[in-house]
Write a protein that binds this ligand. Structure first.
Ligand code: PMV
Length: 330
């Protein structure tokens, strides 16, 4: 038997969400809320796949390996792992019994990217055993294929890139896609759950529909978002929190303009403003999930906690700029 234990981080969009979908760019940071995965492989004449993922209600999920590998459409909670096995098998043929166990250190309702973390962790574990020389970019390409198989042709891949690479990245959703690590010592951003669970796909579709109805208007908003990413990259590298905060505020306003803000998210943003934080915005597709707040001083974080108390919210206990996929002790 061969086995490996790995983990992959969650992620948060710092800038560029929605704009990145249209061949754009984004800045995304890995979050130290991690998806842990254990992979065991053994040889067998008729190999099977077994998944234990109690966080998503999978107990003793089992199927013959051959039937998983012959699938071209996927459903249910096992779909991201199954699709990852298919994408990996296309490059590195699989023929073992596969046993996968996952558990998440964060609540999936927060919208921190549990699917991309699952794909990243599965791929990384498989590569440790069967393709130890695979580069991050090769893992990323296989992961993108898996996500397309599991959820259709929607999404930029920025979350997957952050989960694999870790740290804080500048991501270019163009052919060929580019992942540029931003070498920053700290990122004093905190996450706050809005209390609403949101579905990324429907908000991506909603923005696409608004863009079709008002192409000039939405395209100029997208272009401004992309300019914000470029300026944000410079501010991040200079650790210029005042500028980054202002850019985050503008990005939030533009996300509001394209219809993905909610009252619950806006309340967090206004709490951050009352606390005189450097900046705040919704993070990701919108409609709920998390907002992020740039609070570069202890006094700002303290004031933020007090303001959040008034609306029944709290700062999540996670730091950003975290490690990407990594091997864990078994
Ligand atoms: O809602 P999240 O955190 O999965 O982020 C979605 C970000 C979008 O730009 C709207 C879509 C994408 O795939 O980049």
């Amino acid at each position: 038997m061969q086995s490996v234990a790995v983990s992959a981080p969650a992620k948060l969009f710092i800038l560029g969400e929605h704009a990145v979908v249209y061949d754009g760019t984004a800045i995304v940071s890995a979050v130290d809320a991690r998806l842990h995965l254990k992979l065991q492989v053994t040889t067998a004449p008729l190999p099977t796949v077994t998944i234990q993922a109690p966080d998503v209600g999978l107990q003793d999920w089992q199927a013959p390996l051959a039937s998983v590998l012959s699938k071209d459409s996927f459903a249910g909670e096992s779909r991201f792992i199954e699709a990852t096995l298919v994408a990996f098998h296309q490059q590195h043929p699989l023929q073992h019994n596969i046993y996968i166990e996952t558990h998440s250190s964060f609540d999936r309702n927060y919208g921190l990217g549990s699917s991309s973390a699952t794909v990243a962790a599965t791929l990384f574990a498989l590569s440790r055993l069967f393709a130890p020389h695979a580069s991050n970019m090769q893992l990323f390409e296989m992961g993108l294929e898996a996500i397309l198989l599991a959820q259709g042709k929607i999404g930029s891949g920025a979350d997957l890139a952050a989960a694999i690479q870790g740290g804080t990245i500048y991501y270019k959703n163009q052919r060929p896609r580019q992942i540029t690590p931003l070498s920053i010592p700290t990122l004093p951003i905190v996450a706050v759950y809005s209390g609403q669970k949101a579905g990324t796909t429907s908000y991506v579709r909603q923005v696409k529909a608004v863009r079709e109805q008002h192409p000039n208007l939405v395209d100029s908003i997208i272009q401004t978002m992309l300019d914000i990413v470029e300026e944000g990259k410079v501010a991040l590298l200079q650790q210029n929190w005042l500028t980054l905060g202002r850019l985050m505020n503008v990005q939030h306003g533009l996300l509001h303009a394209i219809g993905v803000d909610t009252r619950a998210l806006a309340e967090v943003v206004f709490a951050a403003r009352s606390a005189r934080c450097d900046g705040a915005k919704l993070s990701g597709a919108g409609g709920g999930d998390c907002a992020i707040v740039l609070a570069s001083t202890a006094a700002q974080r303290e004031a933020l906690s007090t303001q959040l108390d008034h609306i029944g919210r709290t700062i999540l206990p996670y730091t950003l700029n975290a490690d990407g996929v990594r091997v864990e002790e078994q």
